[in-house]
Design a binder for this molecule. Structure first.
Ligand SMILES: Nc1nc2c(c(=O)[nH]1)N[C@H]1C(S)=C(S)[C@@H](COP(=O)(O)OP(=O)(O)OC[C@H]3O[C@@H](n4cnc5c(=O)[nH]c(N)nc54)[C@H](O)[C@@H]3O)O[C@H]1N2
Ligand SMILES: Nc1nc2c(c(=O)[nH]1)N[C@H]1C(S)=C(S)[C@@H](COP(=O)(O)OP(=O)(O)OC[C@H]3O[C@@H](n4cnc5c(=O)[nH]c(N)nc54)[C@H](O)[C@@H]3O)O[C@H]1N2
Ligand code: SF4
Ligand SMILES: [Mo]
Length: 671
């Protein structure tokens, strides 16, 4: 029997799935041909979902630590023992140190709105430290917001009508696969596809042109393009007059970045910059897909803000097929019936998730004494892992980890709680890459003794004596409440079809920017007073900010973008995918390798002031001589030692309090 489902992964595509169930087991997963956006195909990763659900390594019973911290030795316990102990620890910790000594840590193991958010009310009610969810998109979102306002951006489907597509810091063929057919549609009608990326990723290989800029130089490139557009009269004066603020100031600023200067900053040639500007300016409906690449830099907010101004300069928002995309969907957005921020005592301390390492090793008043991890793998994904691991190793820290697998984080747990997979629970999925909403029902019951995230938190709440309705309502109650909260995007949505499990179109226009901008002025803000009020340059700035812990000892740069066959640290448990992904390898240019006596496939040490890891060299001219590339978050246990985030920093970017995963000064040597 085939059942409808949705991919729960933190991926913009949010595919409609068909799941085959035989004898209570999932035997196959394929794309749902009736999904209007994802249209019946899925990525290579998702074909392996049966092995994810029914993996011999899956944790199916609560486990208690029976060896030293981090040893990975556990013994089975009952749910009653496990949750009894968690509840008692919560109470004891709060009594001895205050509830802020408890820290929840979660992210996007599932994107399902109910399960993902189902711990918030309990931690609010406890008065635990609040977690700031900044690890992924905060700088990108703040940058866009300054220029264009908040809300959904141009629908990817509409790019099928574009004649010039800039893929700017997105490895679309790996991380947003279902955008590609729409771009290909445009290409068949003559559109050109240009990729702007520091290395020749999978998408760049399939594009018409690749601009291989230096990391962190995107704002300089965009300003260089602006100077050409302005000086060559390729701007749309009518559009600028009607819909933008601060054009005259922008003209002076852009004049500081003629192509020759932009070339020095970006590592591109002045001709390349002039050419991309002219082609963009002359296109009938130019379209830009920004990934998060430019945002994962110390000046990442400014980079995204600056790129986001380009469409207004040429009037692209007024032309069907033109525009710019970051994030889509976003409805329903009022989840407070589940998250209950009102239960959180006023003034409760907030901890930025980027600073987990510092929080576990340095924070005081009170120190963190209890950590509760769910739907995340911080030992692998959080920056500066040397610090994170030092924290997890503390004997006086009690760590609970809800997981499906013995991840590097779970190995440090005092108690492991087996979580159900998304195929075993009900949930509602809103994509961030397309404008559809879909509900999924369990295809099978929870495997072994695993339980849904909601069930686990509600059981804990009962043990803590919490009686608010949020601690007993069902998934359906929450979904009903989300859908009933007022929202223009939900107006006219076919609720019957939604409850039947069909993907339904949200009431979001393909080109929201044709209807105005959510900025303070209601216009595109070349000049932003709100940025000035926060102490930023109110105009776009092309300053390139490098890793301040670099210097002569660490002459190389390292970026750490997604891997085609992994999803953040998920799918590492699938043998076949791991076989195809191979050992963690760092891409190094043959000249750089030769200078250091490094041969292809050789074990190497990659290091900086923050940490080191040992892995294997991959000699390739898909990268530049001064740039190393390490794709994906392989589980640290698969490195010869360490893991990619040994090298990244907890330093915050200019906007959104996010970190700069692609801004790392490093050195490499043979082992
Ligand atoms: N297969 C796969 N898919 C995924 C994920 C995954 O891990 N694997 N992760 C998911 C998640 S959580 C997210 S947030 C998205 C992220 O998806 P993307 O937005 O595609 O990912 P980024 O890490 O931002 O990297 C995108 C590109 O930016 C480039 N880049 C790095 N620094 C710079 C820079 O300074 N300027 C420019 N122009 N480019 C730069 C990188 O080389 C990379 O090719 O993907 C989602 N989808
Ligand atoms: N160096 C570097 N680090 C990065 C990034 C980078 O580009 N470079 N990207 C960053 C980004 S964009 C993000 S979003 C974060 C991601 O950070 P996380 O959201 O923490 O990423 P995942 O690795 O997907 O971890 C999710 C965990 O949840 C578990 N899980 C998955 N599905 C389910 C489920 O259905 N039920 C249950 N119970 N558990 C499940 C998985 O086993 C997995 O261990 O990482 C960040 N870290
Ligand atoms: S990971 Fe992304 S592309 Fe793959 S099935 Fe899930 S939503 Fe689709
Ligand atoms: Mo992300």
């Amino acid at each position: 029997m085939w059942r409808r489902s949705v991919c729960c992964k933190d991926c913009p595509d949010c595919c409609g799935l068909l799941v085959q169930v035989e004898d209570g087991r999932i035997s196959a997963v394929k794309g749902d041909p009736e999904h209007p956006y994802t249209q019946g195909f899925i990525c290579r990763k998702a074909g392996h979902f049966p092995e994810h659900v029914h993996n011999p390594a899956r944790i199916t019973t609560p486990l208690k630590r029976s060896g030293p911290k981090g040893s990975g030795r556990f013994e089975p316990v009952t749910w009653d023992q496990a949750l009894g102990e968690v509840a008692a620890r919560m109470q004891d910790t709060a009594a001895a140190h205050g509830p802020e000594a408890i820290l929840p840590f979660s992210y996007a193991g599932t994107m399902g709105l109910v399960q993902r958010q189902s711990g918030h009310a309990l931690f609010h009610k406890l008065g635990a430290s609040r977690l700031l969810y900044t690890i992924c998109s905060a700088a990108a979102s703040a940058g866009y917001q300054a220029s264009l306002g908040s809300g959904p951006s141009t629908d990817i489907e509409s790019a099928a009508g574009s004649d010039y597509i800039l893929i700017w810091g997105s490895n679309t063929l790996s991380t947003n696969l279902h955008a590609w057919p729409w771009f290909q549609k445009a290409r068949k009608q003559g559109a050109k596809i240009v990729v702007i990326d520091p290395y020749c990723n999978r998408t760049a290989k399939k594009a018409d042109q690749h601009l291989m800029l230096k990391p962190g130089s995107d704002a300089a490139l965009a300003l260089g393009m602006m100077s050409v557009l302005i000086s060559q009269g390729l701007v749309d004066r009518d559009y600028i007059a009607a819909h933008t603020l601060g054009y005259e100031q922008l003209v002076s600023r852009a004049a500081e970045y003629p192509p020759e200067r932009a070339a020095r900053l970006t590592g591109l040639s002045a001709q390349e910059i002039a050419q991309v500007a002219q082609e963009y300016g002359r296109a009938k409906a130019p379209y830009i897909r920004t990934g998060a690449g430019p945002a994962r830099q110390l000046a990442g907010g400014m980079a995204m803000r600056t790129i986001a101004l380009l469409p207004a300069l040429v009037g692209a928002f007024a032309r069907p097929g033109g525009g710019i995309t970051r994030s889509l969907g976003g409805a329903p957005s009022d989840l407070t019936s589940l998250t209950r921020p009102d239960l959180c005592p006023p003034g409760t301390r907030a901890v930025n998730m980027v600073h987990l390492g510092d929080a576990l090793t340095k924070l005081d008043g009170p120190p963190i004494k209890m950590l509760y991890v769910y739907l995340s793998n911080p030992a692998a994904v959080a920056p500066q892992s040397r610090q994170v691991l030092a924290g997890l190793a503390r004997d006086d820290l009690f760590t609970v980890v809800q997981e499906m697998f013995l991840t590097d984080t779970a190995r440090y747990a005092d108690l492991i709680l087996p979580g159900a997979s998304s195929f075993e629970v009900s949930d509602l999925y809103r994509s961030y890459g397309q404008n559809y909403l879909q509900m999924a029902r369990p295809a099978i019951p929870p495997v072994g003794r695993s339980r849904s995230t909601l069930a686990i938190f509600q059981d804990l709440a009962a043990r803590l004596g919490f009686t608010e309705e949020v601690f007993s309502a069902s998934e359906d109650d929450f979904m009903r409440a989300f859908l009933a909260a007022p929202s223009p995007a939900l107006e006219g949505v076919d609720m019957d079809a939604l409850w039947q499990g069909e993907p339904v179109r949200l009431n979001i226009p393909a080109n929201p920017y044709a209807h105005g901008f959510n900025t303070p002025s209601g216009k595109v803000e070349f000049f932003s007073q709100s940025l000035a009020d926060k102490g930023h340059d109110p105009l776009p700035s092309g300053e390139v900010v490098r890793d301040p812990e670099g210097g002569a000892e660490y002459p190389l740069e390292l970026i750490t973008p997604p891997h085609h066959l992994l999803l953040n640290s998920a799918f590492n448990e699938i043998q076949e995918l791991r076989g195809q992904a191979g050992r963690p390898r760092v891409m190094i240019h043959p000249h750089t390798a030769a200078e250091r006596g490094i041969a292809d496939g050789q074990e190497v040490k990659l290091f900086n002031r923050r940490g080191e890891c040992r892995l294997w060299a991959w000699l390739t001219d898909d990268t530049r001589p001064e740039l190393l590339v390490l794709e994906g978050i392989h589980w640290p246990q698969f490195f010869a030692s360490g893991g990619v985030n040994q090298l990244t920093s907890q330093r915050l970017a200019d906007m959104g309090e996010t970190c700069a995963f692609h801004c790392n000064a490093v050195e490499i040597s043979p082992v």
